[in-house]
Design a protein around this ligand. Structure first.
Ligand code: FAD
Ligand code: NAP
Length: 541
């Protein structure tokens, strides 16, 4: 009996270490999985868990690390925006939620397999590509998509080798949205403003040697259509040692339109007008907006390989207000520059050929989050509505999708009487394919290591850039868990063989209860005991 007890204990221990207790929940619960661990994925999960006490939610994330663009997009000098991570962490710690990192849906497991295993599958995989400019010379060296440039300074593993050459004096950014302004600010900020952020060290080193002194932010439409927001424009205007170089002619006649503009647009336009008149003439760096210009060709330097400039078509505007259209004229303008960053928007990609996809809009075609012609399949976030909107927009949109799923559960459109295996089935599939997942507790190991590495430099973290290294750190914890349990097993076996006292399963349950009690104040499912002596003491108490 004692040996049986020990074996059961071992099985429980290994199971706990490998998959967490959450997988043991009732098989008749609604099981939902979310593809993508960014804001859309976490907000959808949060709402489902809150609204249904029996729902089990699994989040599958391609990378070993969670949070999508909150980690890899939001500018390093906007730490307050990243506070949403605390809410996402609470969701991940929820007893009915599991995070499975390092799972590339579409490659490691198909969406159809997920649909078989879950009552509902939510695609929240964001927008991981960039809109191409579609002009000659786009692939010359010195031309970057903002997505990659941002990924480089924010630590996306795939962008760690980008190494942009920042030796030129003039950089041109195409597009006048908030991403364009983030990039301009990073290029122009004094190093001291970035040093204490989570910007990658390699980006910091490159920026320290940067020769960029002038940044032109080029838009295809006019000053009344810029896509950035007030806070971001104000931040650019307030950069030390940097002056705006706006041309008064570009803003001609604008002042008179102010009174008719909606409030946010009015405020934005007032800031532009203020920038024309402001600025410290002694400043060494400058930024400027160029309006009514579309890129037509990247001009190569003498070697034919590196960008040396950009040719722009001058546009005339047709229509009025926000719906104004840019129509190119035959007038062209060449601008000399050594760095070109195309910031004309992100783009979702098709992750699985079986998923409906609108190639023109690059979104999953859907009706309020219900994917068209695919019962049980839903979408939220940027893959649902396109690559625009701040985190709050994504939150509302994800709550909407969750409400639709809940409605479909209530109405019987989703048949909950069919039992679904959920993560158990998918874990089995992944195992046979040699895919090992990263649990949320294992991400927390990576998190702790990043924070540890950042500390000596006064940074909140130094992001790990290498997926292999992330995995090594994540899984070292699992190996330690299993080792701890093996030690426990050895103690038990030794004890059983020697006629000394054994730990019965009911005694393990006391240890279990104590671990759960200790975890509770920290919002964790358990705080594992690490000391065998202490385990025995509690087991036998
Ligand atoms: P994402 O955040 O992109 O999350 C998608 C997730 O899905 C990612 O984790 C990705 O790895 C995962 N995934 C992709 N493919 C797969 C797959 N095949 N299998 C499994 N997982 C997959 N908003 C603000 O409010 N404030 C800001 O300061 C701000 N700054 C921004 C800066 C930049 C550069 C950008 C681009 C956006 C910024 N935003 C900001 C907007 C905000 O980031 C978005 O609204 C939000 O991230 C969209 O959430 P999402 O979950 O749809 O996409
Ligand atoms: P965006 O706001 O949509 O801006 C895209 C810019 O590219 C616009 O100026 C657009 O001009 C231009 N553009 C698009 N297609 C073009 C083309 N073919 N040729 C020339 N120009 C073209 O996108 P984004 O800057 O990538 O930002 C994405 C979302 O994330 C936005 O909602 C943004 O607010 C959010 N975000 C927020 C923050 C923040 O809150 N701090 C930071 C970054 C991003 P038109 O207007 O003429 O189309």
């Amino acid at each position: 009996m004692d040996i049986v007890g020990v074996l059961v204990l071992l099985l429980v221990c290994v199971f706990t270490a490998a998959d967490g207790w959450r997988g043991l929940s009732s098989a008749s619960s609604p099981r939902v999985c979310v593809v993508g661990g960014g804001p859309a994925g976490f907000y959808t999960a949060q709402q489902l868990l809150k609204a249904r006490q029996d729902a089990l939610v699994d989040i599958y994330e391609r990378l070993p690390v969670p949070f999508g663009l909150v980690r890899f997009g939001v500018a390093p000098d906007h730490p307050e925006v990243k506070n949403v991570i605390n809410t996402f962490t609470q969701t991940a710690h929820h007893e009915r939620c599991s995070f499975h990192g390092n799972v590339n849906v579409g490659r490691d497991v198909s969406v159809e397999e997920l649909r078989q295993a879950y009552h509902a599958v939510v695609l929240s995989n964001g927008a991981e590509a960039n809109r191409p400019m579609g002009i000659p010379g786009e692939n010359l060296s010195g031309v970057f998509a903002a997505k990659d440039f941002v990924g480089w300074y924010n630590g996306i593993p795939a962008n760690k080798e980008l190494c942009p050459d920042l030796s030129c004096e003039t950089a041109v950014i195409l597009g006048q949205g908030n991403v364009a302004l983030d990039v301009a600010r990073i290029l122009l900020s004094p190093l001291d403003m970035l040093k204490a952020t989570d910007i990658t060290q390699h980006a910091l080193n490159a920026l320290a040697g940067s020769g960029v002194r002038r940044v032109l932010i080029v838009g295809r439409r006019g000053p009344l259509q810029i896509a950035c927001t007030i806070k971001e424009l104000r931040e650019l205007g307030n950069l030390p040692n940097t002056r705006p170089e706006l041309l008064l002619g570009d803003l001609e006649g604008i002042e008179e339109t102010l009174k008719d503009l909606p409030r946010p647009r009015k405020r934005l336009t007032e800031l532009l007008l203020k920038a024309v008149n402001g600025g410290d003439n002694k400043a060494e760096k400058s930024w400027s907006f160029r309006f009514c210009r579309s890129p037509v060709e990247v001009l190569a330097g003498a070697d034919g390989k590196r960008a040396a400039g950009i040719r722009l078509a001058l546009n005339k505007l047709e229509g009025s207000g926000e719906n104004v259209r840019a129509v190119p004229t035959d007038q062209l303008e060449d601008v000399n520059c050594g760095l070109i960053i195309s910031s004309i928007g992100y783009k979702s990609i098709l992750i699985d050929p079986a998923v409906p996809f609108d190639p023109r809009r690059s979104v999953v075609p859907n009706d309020m989050g219900r994917v068209q012609d695919a019962p049980g399949l839903y979408c939220s976030g940027w893959v649902k509505r396109g690559p625009t909107g701040v985190i709050a927009t994504t939150m509302n949109d994800s709550f909407d999708t969750a409400h639709v799923i809940l409605q479909d559960m209530e109405s019987g459109l989703l048949d909950l009487s069919i039992k679904k295996p959920g993560a158990q089935a998918i874990s089995g599939l992944l195992q046979t394919r040699g895919v090992r997942t990263v649990l949320f507790s294992e991400w927390e190991k990576i998190n702790a290591e990043e924070e540890r590495r950042g500390k000596p430099h006064g940074k909140p973290r130094e992001k790990l850039l290498d997926v292999e290294e992330m995995l090594q750190i994540a899984w070292s914890s699992r190996i330690m868990d299993i080792l701890t349990f093996l030690v426990l097993l050895l103690v038990c076996v030794f004890t059983a063989a020697d006629g000394v006292r054994t730990v019965l399963f009911s005694e393990w349950e006391k240890i279990n209860a104590e671990e759960e009690r200790r975890g509770k104040p920290h919002g964790k499912p358990r705080e594992k005991l690490l000391d065998v002596e202490e385990m025995l003491q509690i087991g036998w108490s």
